[in-house]
Design a binder for this molecule. Sequence first.
Ligand SMILES: Cc1ncc(COP(=O)(O)O)c(C=O)c1O
Length: 354
Amino acid sequence: MLIDLRSDTVTLPTQAMREAMYHAELGDDVFGEDPTVNRLQALAAEKLGKEAALFVPTGTMGNAIAQLTHAGRGQAIIVGDESHIYHYEAGGASTLGGCPMRVVPTLPDGMLDLEKVAGQIANESNAHVAATALVCIENTHNRFGGTVLGVDQIEAVAQLAHAHSVAVHMDGARIFHAAVALGVPVSELARPVDSLMFCLSKGLSAPAGSLLVGEQAFIHRAHRIRKLLGGGMRQAGVLAAAGILALEQMVERLAQDHAHCQLLAHGLAGYPQIVIQPERVVTNILVFSLQNAQQQPCSITETNHFLARARDYGVLMLHMGGGIIRAVTHYGIEKEHILDALAGIQRSLIDTNL
Ligand SMILES: Cc1ncc(COP(=O)(O)O)c(C=O)c1O
């Protein structure tokens, strides 16, 4: 069996989800008439403590809709230099909506450098620069290894942005992981921000779908942008049925994924060829790199060779570029898989002559 640690997007729906999908009550969601979608949206809004929610096909589309709803053509969006929005969403609102991105440094815990954010905020009075409409933050932070922003940090960003009439959007693809790791209600993490996108299709194991939450008027405008992007999905209740179970049944178990990730991190830290900070692993994502016997960083070729050997031993992980390897724990990965993965990784290190 392959132990697939590349991403939590590889999770498959549970039996209960498949049955709920089969029996889902359906209607045309573009007319707002799919009762299962409406139930999911109401549940999401309630859990996140926001007025309304919109079901969207993907996290990428949810983030794009949020940006295009908050920012008009020629208005700037502040993003972190290591954010998913900046790296992996094909230019999003810049490409689609003519919104320039202002890129600020991300600190090692996934927080934006607030001094730099303040320095990038501009208003209409200066004809030389695009006025800022939005700041985006990410929680948990993917490229930094699933780090978590706490309520105080989110409030600090929101206070700064709101003082300048700038909105805040949270890419909360894995916001439930953050809430479980911090032991706070997810609504506390959502409270300071104007909008938040979270994914059902990652650690929560639904086959597809994300939700965008915010105030009623914001979601009303977002609905139009979803249509513009081709995200109106008719009998989407088939997917929403699985999403309801994702929210009702799959949140508390995320603590197991976090424990498995820590087990993996501490195991990896025992191998001299692996550079990792296990104390920074708090959710279901970890990142590490490789070093040789002289404690020099391994080349990209060596890193790829190691990953190919690990695959031969049944362990799949992802090269994020620059020698950074990511492993993600999720539903379907149990303690014995982690122990097998550690053994496979150790053999791969030996085979790669590291
Ligand atoms: C932090 C973050 N935001 C957004 C997304 C985009 O989600 P999707 O793959 O559903 O478009 C991802 C996907 O991995 C992610 O990790």
